[in-house]
Design a protein around this ligand. Structure first.
Ligand code: ZN
Ligand code: ZN
Length: 143
C-alpha cells in the first residue's frame, strides 16, 4: 500500500511507493533535467562541467550528483572517467577518496584502533567523539 508523504521538493502530499520522496510532478521535472544534461554531455564530450552547468542553467552540484550516482559518466580529456571523493565530493583522478580525506580517514582509523585496543591516553582522547567514531567504523566495514 502506498503511504502519503510530503514531496521533499514542493512539499505537496502524494502517495509514496518507492524511490526518493519526491512527487510524480517533481520526479518528472528531475528526469527532464537529467535528460537535458545527459544529452548535452553526450553531444559536447569535452565541455567542462562548470560550463555545462551554466549553459543549461542546472546547478553544478546537481550534475556532480548524477555523476556520483553513476548516472552520468564524464570523460576527462585524457580519456579517463571523472571520479569523486566519496567523503567530500571533490574531483579525484582515481580511487575512492581524495588525498586529504584519505589522510583524515587513515588518522581516524588509527585513533579508533587505539581506542578499541584501550590504549588511548588521556591526552589523545577526544571529548564526546564517540558518535563520529562509530559512524566511521561502519563506513570502514562497507568496503
Ligand atoms: Zn513535488
Ligand atoms: Zn575528500
Amino acid at each position: 500500500m502506498p503511504e502519503l508523504k510530503n514531496c521533499r521538493k514542493c512539499n505537496r502530499i502524494f502517495s509514496y511507493i518507492t524511490g526518493p520522496p519526491i512527487c510524480p510532478n517533481c520526479q518528472k521535472e528531475e528526469e527532464e533535467i537529467f535528460e537535458k544534461v545527459s544529452m548535452y554531455i553526450r553531444e559536447h564530450q569535452d565541455v567542462p562541467l562548470t560550463v555545462v552547468s551554466k549553459e543549461l542553467d542546472v546547478s553544478y552540484e546537481k550534475i556532480l550528483k548524477y555523476v556520483r550516482e553513476g548516472r552520468l559518466q564524464i570523460k576527462e580529456p585524457d580519456g579517463s572517467i571523472l571520479t569523486f571523493c566519496e567523503k567530500c565530493g571533490k574531483e579525484i583522478p582515481s580511487g575512492r577518496f581524495c588525498k586529504s580525506c584519505e589522510a583524515g580517514l587513515a588518522k581516524a582509523l588509527e585513533s579508533s584502533k587505539r581506542e578499541l585496543l584501550g590504549k588511548v591516553t588521556a591526552q589523545e582522547s577526544k571529548p564526546a567523539g564517540a558518535g563520529g567514531g562509530f559512524r566511521f567504523i561502519k563506513d570502514a566495514n562497507k568496503k
